[in-house]
Design a protein around this ligand. Structure first.
Ligand code: BGC
Length: 484
């Protein structure tokens, strides 16, 4: 029989009876440190709400709360052909979206791996890489050429300020990117110039955050959607507020926008608690932050997102091996000493190992790190992967709980996407449990706020947003702040 739905983590019968007592004691300490209680989650959520409000205020705060200039709810009736590109943390995706107007769509797409050096390349190299991929795609799917510029929604998944929908001034790189000459600049003209250089008939009509795209794509297909979420290389959420509740836009809006007009907000809440007031940071988190290209930033993201989970595991293992002499004794740990050698697929594969003797873990350590593991060591590695995954999923939902409380949502579909949500074993179940711990819902009733799999935000979402933008412009309506 084929079982549908999320893969349930393997049940483990194994005991820790063969694990040396000193190592076991250390693991118990780590269990306590990594556990985030329901009470703590409630406290974090409360502080989160204050910070979301601060971000919308004139004075501002840590959380950018960027108005995304999607000023209409999608109706599901939008139609047309649109191109979309998504510059994510790991790949560049080019998508051709046909919106068919009945909450349905067709997509054709290609994915291009972002070369690793691109994270720190020169700005021109990045834009020309994107333009070349776009050129390949357009030549393949429009071999006879086109008679008009193809409208493009550009999903740029970094904090970019927007005074209107066709601009995005990068505030700072996240997820390990560090390309000079982009921060503080509008990325749209840079991309448009590179597109013109390779002579493809494409015009960027909207700049979109991946969370906003996820929100809109999911609303296009499911009107119960209240949030768009990414749990991937980075972490973030978007929701619809109303313009009257965004004090920082007071006096800056055009006459066609009223207090009740909806406004998509890209929260950029990966930067929640950069002041380190409530998050239960451990020494590993502090080290990751200190050694990152942007210390002091993305405090929440650095404890949760896929870019960092493998690194947390690496640092805990090094601590147990080098400082406490409790594991991997007498082995060459040179590879384990390489920062970021373990991406998130590492702890994820550790948790997935279906064998009681954890033979997949053995293989993984051997292949990737050149380390021989004993069975007790593997059991400990596995326990650590669980602790790291569980902490990530529990903390991750505080953003959801805060938005739902702030907006007074009693029920909600919160549409999620991203590699951690999709692939990290147990993430979905643990996140649902954490929401129950925060809201204390009666155990015998259906959860009123649920995380559901999203529609393709950076493809379909970008296309729907491009369509909504074209419609507003055709009706002479505004898509940004007043210009005079
Ligand atoms: C970025 C956000 C993005 C999130 C998920 C974060 O690092 O700042 O813009 O939405 O990652 O991709």
């Amino acid at each position: 029989m084929v079982r549908l739905g999320p893969k349930i983590p393997q049940h483990r019968k194994g005991t820790f009876s063969d694990v040396p007592q000193a190592l076991l004691d250390e693991v118990h300490v780590l269990e306590e440190q990594f556990h985030v209680s329901g009470e703590k989650l409630q406290q974090i959520t409360k502080h989160f709400i204050t910070e979301l409000d601060k971000g919308l205020s004139k004075k501002g705060g840590n959380i950018p709360m960027i108005p995304g200039w999607v000023l209409d709810f999608p109706s599901g009736k939008e139609t047309g052909d649109y191109l979309a590109i998504d510059l994510g943390g790991t790949n560049l995706r080019v998508v051709l979206v046909k919106l068919t107007g009945d909450s349905k769509f067709d997509t054709t797409q290609s994915k291009y791996a972002l070369p690793k050096h691109m994270r720190t390349a020169k700005s021109e190299e990045l834009w020309s890489f994107i333009a070349t991929c776009l050129q390949k795609f357009v030549h393949e799917f429009f071999p006879d050429g086109v008679d008009h510029d193809l409208p493009l929604g550009f999903t740029f998944s970094y904090p970019a300020s927007q005074d209107n929908i066709t601009e995005g001034i990068l505030q700072r790189w996240t997820k390990g990117f560090n390309i000079e000459g982009v921060e503080g600049h509008d990325v749209v003209p840079m991309l448009q110039a590179a597109i013109e250089k390779v002579q493809v008939p494409v015009k960027v009509v909207a700049l979109i955050n991946d969370t906003t795209g996820t929100l809109v794509a999911s609303m296009y297909a499911d009107p119960e959607t209240k949030m768009g979420l990414i749990f991937g290389t980075g972490v973030n959420g978007a929701y619809f507020d109303v313009c009257g509740d965004i004090p920082k836009l007071e006096g800056r809006l055009c006459d066609d926008v009223s207090a009740e007009t909806p406004m998509a907000i890209n929260c950029e809440y990966g930067s929640f608690d950069n002041e380190h007031l409530v998050l239960p940071r451990l020494k590993y988190d502090i080290q990751i932050d200190a050694e990152s290209p942007r210390p002091g930033q993305q405090a929440f993201e650095k404890m949760i997102s896929g870019y960092y989970l493998g690194e947390v595991l690496r640092l805990v293992l090094l601590d147990l091996a080098d400082n406490k002499n409790l594991i991997f004794q007498g082995q060459d740990l040179a590879k384990l000493h390489e920062p970021y050698i373990m991406d998130t697929s590492f702890p994820s594969r550790v948790e997935e190992d279906p064998f009681e003797n954890l033979s997949d873990v053995q293989e993984l350590f051997n292949e990737k790190l050149g380390i021989e593991t004993s069975e007790p060591e593997r059991k400990i590695v596995r326990r650590l992967a669980e602790l790291i995954g569980e902490r990530s999923s529990r903390l991750a939902v505080c953003g959801i709980a805060a938005i739902c409380q702030k907006r007074g949502y009693k029920t909600a579909h919160c549409a999620a996407d991203g590699s951690v949500y999709e692939k990290y074993p147990g993430f979905k179940e643990r996140a649902a449990q954490a929401l129950r711990d925060i809201f204390e819902w009666p155990a015998d009733e259906q959860d009123p706020i649920v995380i559901v799999p999203a529609e393709d935000g950076s493809g379909v979402g970008a296309a729907v947003i491009a369509a909504l933008t074209e419609k507003r412009l055709a009706a002479g309506k505004s898509v940004g702040v007043k210009t005079n």
